[in-house]
Ligand binder design. Sequence first.
Ligand code: UDX
Length: 449
Amino acid sequence: MELKDKLKVSVIGSGYVGLVTGVALAELGHSVICMDVDESKIAEIKKGNIPIYEPGLGELLLKNKAEGRLKFSSSLKEAVDHGLIIFIAVGTPPKSSGEADLSYVENVAREIAINMDSYRLIVEKSTVPVETGERVRQAMQLYIKGDIDFDVASNPEFLREGSAVDDFLHPDRIVIGVDSSKARDLLFCLYSPLAAPLIVTDIKSAELIKHASNSFLALKISFINAVSRISEMVGADVDKIAEGMGMDERIGKRFLNAGIGYGGSCFPKDVDAFIHMSEVLGYDFKLLKEVRKINEEQRQIVLKKIKEGLWILKDKKIVLWGASFKPGTDDLRGAPAIDIIEALLKEDAKVTVVDPQALDKLKDIFKDKISYEVDKYKAAKDADCILLTTEWDDFKDVDFKQLKDIMRLAFIVDGRNLYKHSELDSHGFLYLPFGSSAVGKPIGDKKVI
Ligand code: UDX
């Protein structure tokens, strides 16, 4: 096998990770089948209707499909027949205990074993607990017919929603967990078109790199959020603190933005899973429990800040600018906005939400309990408070004079520390950011912690 060889690849599970992986591998020149048991989803994708909002994905999918490198199927047998390398990219949803549900992974491993007739390399792409590679191997050995050789590998993804395609094609590093040179060489060949450093480890270390990386990033966010509370108490500025810390190359400036905390489909779930996994192994990961607690508290602090400005929330019009857990996605999983809306509704506030992408999904959750608006100024009419929840571009460019004239009260809670104190001050707003002094005079209790 030459490094430049094009390989046959199948990706089982055409959700977020699977679809991006399949499309990007086709873009690298490999011959790819993306498979999913959901026939209607596959039928829609074949028509070019992408089930998720991810910049650049649709264009690359259509291009590679047209050029004959990318196919879609709902037949697992077809996928197993095609792929020398088979990625498992099915869901690993959390159980109520935080433990990852691995039943889809096990099911796919079993089905691959039953259907394969010659060597295959099975690669875990889904985020799974340590030792899942081992279990996949054992499960396959139980069901395999005859004496067929196979390898299992772990190749965790580090894709961020909103820039997943770009992250795949320009990764910081590629982690390859293998226990055979054949598996290593195949994955080297697969990724040879990418100019990224490869780190080769044993399978368990690769599995742990994924959990440790996501948990560490969550820890950075909770750390700065904890610092932001102290900063607020003494009237310092957390953004300046983060800047000063981040200039130390050992710390780095990324993921030190204080605010309403992290959400999404990965950080909350992966932190829970790492805590649970450690507990099962006999280690009480107290540090991570505190990371999770700080993150949950940030959402309560939002409510306290709104009360600082309004005292009573009943019948007050609160407008959320942003619903998705971050800009560039319509994903509401783990989004702080969901908890915040629920808390506001409990206080009988009137809630309006503006979001450029996530309103349809939000309507499925809150139906007619809240109002929805696409225009940020229209939404702000007669509002008592605007809460900036997601730093979409549209919310970065604000005519504060116009906004003040429209709102009933000129009051902004900035959950992402996006705006300039001086600008809000000059327009006469009450402005409550996270981790720095308020602009204007709050009426409520200043002690938010
Ligand atoms: C994350 C990881 O970055 C990625 O490597 C992994 O594969 C999947 O999980 P993603 O969930 O898409 O990606 O979002 P990310 O950009 O990492 O942000 C996660 C959350 O943290 C968002 O809610 C974001 O608003 C929040 N965040 C991020 C902060 O609150 N402060 C920061 O400084 C950075």
